[in-house]
Write a protein that binds this ligand. Structure first.
Ligand SMILES: [Zn+2]
Length: 440
């Protein structure tokens, strides 16, 4: 069992100077590329078409390797079901299959061998340790326990870290809260929308969340925890510290996590994944220096079952800082701005729906927190004023609320909005945790 007082779960991979790790990373990269070329018909074709010899690629010229996009994964799984032609092992080596719903509705599958699952455990343990989880903690995994990778993998990873896991999942919220009142609770991993929903359930059932003794909460799966208003409200409701984290089913459920500083997510996948930030339009690499923004790209370098090479995530991130962090971790820190295909452009200003939701939520309890942007066409460009429907809750002076919201959006996000207030329950019936942020 790891000593609860050590600062990092894996000191070498989290704190070493990146240059000292580069030879090891490069060796794993080459081994992965050659392995993938030899075992995956999809990647053999991609490398051959691009004229790239996988044994000759290094960290400095990784950009010679063609990107992989989500559609290719979907197409290859349709053509060669179930796992697709990027799968590199037979059934005797597959240890688990997860399915993600994807935006088009047809699930895409992810497979893992025993070694892949061990890699996932390491990444979850590093990240949850950074968020304050320790072996003597009681940790509730308040996530879906089914096909989605997150629930089961956080459960395994927290067990691996040594915590006592409370596997309540995200169903039966009232029962879970009453069980947890008995067991006590130190750590929760969940999504922003579910813990906000739970706060309402606790209020209705007279359960004082502050009395649970909760210390730390990790939130991922959707933007929210990294937005200042949303984070503060959740911290106040639960009486704990909230940390943002992010990953993807295709690579690992968590690849980035905030540390005690709560100011941007460190890369936690050292030795297992190589992250890149690229220009979403040209695909050119972008140096991860402070204030740089771009699209995340991942290359697996320790993956057996369904490796993905230079996989474009469609997530747009901003580098918060590239200076060494007070926590001792060496990687730069990022925050997620949103999905590239969700972004709106209002007279040249990039607007991310999750940032609008964060401003709206800052007005709770006068609003419910549910809102929807009404975009007037399929493209990213929207003409101002942008229509935003917002559910009001406990406010009687609606004219003032509307004016305040419009002013706040103009101040914080620099675009002109026309707020339409609608009664509570219009956008999200009771019990529904979140709404689609943009309607077209
Ligand atoms: Zn840090």
């Amino acid at each position: 069992m790891p000593d609860r007082y050590r600062k990092h779960f894996d000191q070498e991979w989290e704190t070493s100077d990146p240059e000292s790790l580069a030879p090891k990373i490069e060796e794993r990269l080459r081994a992965q590329l050659v392995y993938t070329y030899e075992n995956s018909p999809l990647y053999r074709r991609k490398f051959d078409e691009a004229g790239v010899d996988p044994s000759g690629v290094g960290l400095d010229d990784l950009e010679r390797v063609p990107f992989t996009v989500k559609d290719e994964v979907r197409q290859t799984q349709e053509a060669a079901p179930p796992l697709g032609e990027h799968a590199c092992v037979g059934w005797e080596e597959v240890s688990r299959i997860h399915a993600s719903s994807g935006t088009t509705g047809k699930p895409t599958l992810v497979g893992a061998t025993v070694r892949d699952r061990q890699m996932w455990n390491e990444l979850v343990a590093r990240s949850m340790w950074a968020q304050g989880a320790r072996p003597d903690n009681r940790a509730w995994v308040a996530l879906s326990m089914g096909w989605w990778i997150a629930g089961l993998q956080f459960l395994e990873g927290l067990q691996y870290l040594g915590a006592a896991v409370l596997p309540g999942g995200n169903t039966e919220p009232t029962r879970s809260l009453s069980v947890i009142r008995e067991t006590g609770l130190d750590f929760v991993i969940s999504t922003p929308s579910f813990v906000q929903y739970l706060a309402g359930v606790a209020r209705e059932n007279d359960i004082g969340l502050h009395e649970l003794g909760l210390k730390n909460m990790g939130l991922g799966g959707e933007p929210g925890a990294g937005n200042p208003h949303t984070r503060r409200q959740i911290e106040e409701a639960w009486g704990c510290k909230v940390y943002d984290c992010m990953g993807t089913a295709d690579i690992c459920t968590v690849v980035w996590s905030e540390c005690e500083r709560q100011d941007g997510m460190h890369f936690m996948g050292g030795g297992f994944v190589i992250p890149e930030i690229v220009d979403p339009a040209s695909g050119d690499p972008i140096e991860p220096v402070k204030a740089a923004t771009g699209e995340l790209v991942y290359t697996a370098i320790h993956r057996e079952c369904t490796p993905l090479i230079r996989f474009r995530m469609n997530d747009i991130v901003e580098v918060v800082d590239d200076e060494p962090c007070s926590c001792g971790r060496a990687s730069y820190r990022i925050r997620c701005l949103g999905r590239a295909d969700d972004m709106l452009i209002v007279r040249g200003v990039n607007v991310y729906p999750s940032a609008v939701a964060d401003v709206v939520r800052s007005m709770r309890p006068r609003v419910t927190g549910h809102m929807q942007i009404q975009a007037d066409g399929p493209g990213p460009s929207v003409e101002p004023p942008v229509l935003i429907r917002v559910e009001y809750d406990e406010d009687k002076n609606l004219d003032a609320l509307k004016a305040e919201l419009q002013q706040k959006i103009r101040q914080e996000l620099v675009f002109q909005a026309a707020v339409e207030l609608v009664p509570s329950g219009t956008l999200a019936p009771k019990g529904v945790m979140k709404t689609k942020l943009v309607a077209r």
